[in-house]
Design a protein. Structure first.
Length: 52
């Protein structure tokens, strides 16, 4: 799967689970990227997406 397909699969997942608090680690695994390192002060992916 190429880069664009991996990103699209993440976007599709987010769209179908928009009301849920989706852990960044789940999206990273879905896309096949390296695990993100977050600090406790980092916003969740959901909070980041809602704010932007």
């Amino acid at each position: 799967m190429d880069y664009k397909q991996r990103i699209q699969s993440v976007l599709n997942y987010i769209e179908s689970h928009v009301q849920e608090d989706i852990p960044c680690e789940s999206l990273v695994a879905l896309a096949g990227f390296s695990t993100l390192r977050r600090t406790p002060a980092s916003p969740s992916c959901h909070m980041y997406a809602v704010a932007n």
